[in-house]
Design a protein around this ligand. Structure first.
Ligand code: LHQ
Length: 266
């Protein structure tokens, strides 16, 4: 089993458990985590002993999206934050690796999934949530647009009206509401999350993996045929949004733990 710096990988029979492991920042993505997840998903695809993958987070969060300290550090670069470049380097390959892995991937939502962390959960095939889990389309709160495939996966799962409601407001959606609107398939008490997720994964791992993989390929073709094009569009729009004053204000306000004041233009 490979070892990574920000992701713990453990295999039990046909089930590979991946735990994102930066709990002090709710497992926000740093410069390593997206690449390590890509490597883990690609290796899982090449390893016939892996027949189902479970993705979860260490501590009280699932994943809080891009690490905003890392994003702010790029403002000192005279070329600017170049957010589109970040999206292309880190997040597009992550979504593609996950959707191209022809094995079931279950997100076990132990806590909050925000920004790109929410999109990552929505890109998985199935979601089981602890009662303590929640989703936040945090992008708008820092003047950005949903990325990591969120502009496709969110409306696909909840419909365009609800997707607009959530993405425009950035409001927090609790586990029960997430179940009602189709953001997750199952909700369980917090202490039952990992046993339930792993039991589900072992059930799936005992089924005909090739057939499940081909079903995923067919779902990708039916519903995500424009995925790569949409990911490129997201990167372009992120670049545009990343140049606004509202983006910097949102990030600075979050890191300074104060309410933001947006100007709404530029
Ligand atoms: C964090 C983070 C975080 C750093 C919590 N970073 N420290 C964007 C830019 C560029 C390129 C590509 O893509 C993207 C896509 C995106 O993902 S944009 C969205 C980025 N994420 C966010 O804006 C979410 C920011 N976080 C939050 O809004 C809250 O933390 C949530 C709602 C997730 C959870 O709230 P709470 O449960 O109240 O936890 P907390 O805010 O107290 O966070 C706990 C700690 O984690 C805290 O640090 P501290 O030292 O005070 O304990 C936070 O500063 C830190 N943290 N998210 N993304």
């Amino acid at each position: 089993m490979k070892s990574y710096e920000t992701v713990l990988a453990e295999q039990d029979g046909g089930v590979l458990l991946l735990t994102m492991n930066r709990p002090e920042v709710l497992n926000a993505f740093d410069h390593r985590m997206p690449f390590e997840l890509v490597d883990a998903f690609t290796s899982a695809g090449n390893d016939p002993s892996v027949r189902c993958v479970v993705l979860t987070g260490a501590g009280r969060g699932f994943n809080a999206g891009a690490d905003l300290e890392g994003v702010r550090a790029r403002y000192d670069d005279p070329r600017g934050p170049r957010i589109g470049e970040l999206v292309r380097e880190r997040y597009i390959p992550l979504v593609l690796a996950l959707r191209r892995l022809e094995k079931p991937v279950i997100a076990a939502l132990n806590g909050v999934a925000a920004g790109a962390g929410s999109s990552l959960a929505l890109a998985c095939d199935l979601r089981i949530a602890s009662e303590r889990a929640s989703f936040v389309q945090a992008f708008v709160r820092i003047g950005l647009i949903p990325d990591t495939g969120g502009t496709l996966f969110l409306p696909l799962l909840v419909g365009l009206g609800r997707a607009s409601e959530l993405a425009f407001s950035g409001e927090r959606v609790g586990a029960q509401r997430a179940l009602e609107i189709g953001l997750v398939e199952r909700v369980v008490p917090a202490d039952e999350l990992m046993p339930a997720a792993l039991a589900w994964a072992h059930e799936l791992a005992a089924l005909p993996t090739t057939a499940i993989g081909l079903t995923k390929r067919a779902f990708n073709a039916a519903h995500l045929a424009r995925l790569e094009e949409q990911l490129e569009l997201e990167a372009d729009l992120m670049e545009q949004a990343g140049r606004t004053a509202d983006h910097r204000e949102g990030v600075n306000a979050f890191l300074e733990k104060r309410p933001p004041v947006y100007i709404g233009r530029g």
